[in-house]
Design a binder for this molecule. Structure first.
Ligand code: NAD
Length: 388
């Protein structure tokens, strides 16, 4: 089996999630590549060394540029904040490395577009970690839609609710709080939470044509951890939008960090002509399914426990009936990427797929600023551009 040497940037939440995925994946999946945790890159050398010892990285680096230039690294995995994604990904692609990048792709679609151009010009396998696609119940939802079980789709409804920024005493900026700093994050809940909802939605229900949005920043100023001064808050604390998909269906999306009691309540529902589907991150191994074609006296919502061998990814895990969790979505994504990369291919969502989400989040922010409906930028697909 060929080795694939990985250089990971960032040892925070996602650095741990990705490292765990690469460590677990060869135990549960037969793959053409064996991932090797080669180098962890972060700016604090002591903490980087401690992380390397805990997770089994062979070396540490404090400057990502040196890691990107290293001939020992095959794949650059970006698990650092949003303001670092474009520069690192473009440099990595130019150095001929495969690139995996955390979401959102860029802080905006302009950054995302430059990243797409870089990986496509270099022809390197790439992928963005929109991991919710690979929770088995969500993948099953995709299969049910693709099988045509829902029929024509009328409605899509998604929410991502949290409550961790309600205190006005919470500062902005710096470690752990970069999400509140517009320069680093690019936007607030639109790029952070809604981006996930939009990625799943377009995967399940096709492209979004136009949006009408409202955003709010409830706490207007916060102390900035890096300057020590009270500064205006530039991010959106809450973001809600109506959407029309290209297939004619209508949608509502809502994300906030001000829904007291909710920690990470990501839910979506799809209503079709024949059937409906509901999914809830807090109960992630279940898919709720209603089929109007069932016999009348048996008709009702079925709660599918997505743990059987015929369910997506589940044959790789335990025995039917035993659940897996959040971290396994990253293992699945690593498995799919390694399989594709061995064939010189990218895995979905590619940088180009993730750019489509950046296009929608840009449209959402523009719509909220202009207080009117905004068309989502339509791009030609790569295949079509090449055919022309
Ligand atoms: N897929 C998901 O569900 C999901 C969940 C959380 C975060 N994310 C994304 O992952 C990325 C990281 O988020 P997080 O929650 O892990 O953040 P975090 O704050 O927990 O960790 C960020 C890490 O990046 C490091 N870092 C920052 N700048 C760096 C630089 N210039 N060079 C090297 N290291 C640097 C920090 O030291 C830290 O280790 C973000 O883009 C975020 O949007 C995705």
């Amino acid at each position: 089996m060929k080795k694939l040497s990985i250089g990971t940037i960032g040892y925070g939440f996602m650095g741990r999630a990705h490292s765990n995925a690469f460590r677990r994946v060869p135990n549960f999946f037969d793959l053409p590549y064996r991932p090797v945790l080669k180098t962890i890159c972060a700016r604090n050398p002591d903490r980087a060394r401690a992380f390397a010892a805990q997770w089994g990285y062979e070396s540490v680096e404090t400057d990502w540029r040196l890691m990107v230039a290293s001939p020992e690294i095959d794949l650059i995995d970006i698990a650092s904040p949003n303001d670092t994604h474009a520069e690192i990904a473009i440099a990595a692609a130019k150095a001929g490395k495969m690139v995996m990048c955390e979401k959102p792709l860029g802080r905006n679609a302009a950054e995302g577009e430059a990243m797409v151009q870089a990986v496509e010009a270099a022809g390197v396998p790439n992928m963005v970690w929109y991991n919710y696609r690979r929770i088995p119940a969500v993948t099953l939802a995709k299969d049910l839609v693709a099988e045509g079980r829902l029929g024509r789709i009328f409605h899509y409804r998604a929410k991502f609710l949290q409550d961790w920024t309600i205190s006005a005493e919470l500062p902005q900026g710096g470690e752990g709080l970069w999400r509140l700093d517009l320069n680093v994050a690019g936007s607030g809940v639109t790029g952070d939470l809604l981006a996930h909802c939009i990625d799943t939605a377009m995967w399940l229900n096709g492209p979004i044509d136009e949006v009408s949005a409202v955003t709010e920043t409830f706490i207007k100023q916060r102390k900035h951890n890096l300057t020590g001064k009270v500064e205006p808050v530039g991010i959106d604390d809450a973001s809600l939008f109506l959407a029309r998909f290209q297939n004619g269906s209508l949608a509502t999306f809502e994300a906030t960090r001000y829904a007291r009691g909710h920690k990470a309540l990501y839910t979506f529902e799809i209503n079709g002509e024949h059937a409906s589907i509901m999914w809830d991150l807090h109960d992630l191994h279940r898919l709720e399914y209603f089929d109007h074609r069932d016999e009348g006296h048996l008709r009702g919502w079925r709660s599918l426990h997505v743990t059987d061998r015929e369910h997506p990814y589940m044959a790789h895990w335990w025995v039917p009936g035993l659940q897996i969790g959040y971290e396994h979505s990253f293992v699945h994504q690593a498995a799919d990427f390694l399989a594709a990369a061995a064939a010189g291919e990218s895995a979905a969502p590619t940088f180009r797929d993730a750019l489509a989400t950046d296009d929608v989040t840009d449209a959402v922010l523009a719509s909220a600023a202009q207080r009117q409906w905004v068309k989502v930028r339509a791009r030609q697909s790569r295949a079509r551009r090449e055919a022309i």
